[in-house]
Write a protein that binds this ligand. Sequence first.
Ligand SMILES: [Zn+2]
Length: 153
Amino acid sequence: MANRLGLKARLWRERLSYTVNPPRPLCDVCGEPLGRLGRADLHESIVPRRVAMGWPKEQRGLIYVAYNCHLLHRKCHKQAHADPDLMVAIQVCRYGFTPLKVWVDTLPFRVPYNWWHRGLDERTARLMVERRAPWAWLERHDVSMYGRQGGKW
Ligand SMILES: [Zn+2]
């Protein structure tokens, strides 16, 4: 799907880590740098692909936004599915609880992962990410983060 490829390229640019040379995004699961764009996997955490399946193409495309997507090593993808709380916590740290919830409320399909009912508020998410995926939390302080404030999903 073309917009998935475009999104991958955009996330690659937005999530570059300058702790590695040349700068590359870090895998959201293991924190190691990704190799190259073509080999990175895209993982959807808040609204999984199966939820959008069966909807017309236009609706299916609604899940391919930065709020919902992670760049991962292919070998780490299974772990992302095994740890949905952590993956959503990373997104809550990146984008904030309210913007994510506002986005979810625009969607036509039922979202299975109700992190707001599971008590995954910003504080809990931050503690979880600091403990288990600190590289993702640090990204928040990168200059590139400020460039996309108020940007499109
Ligand atoms: Zn990895």
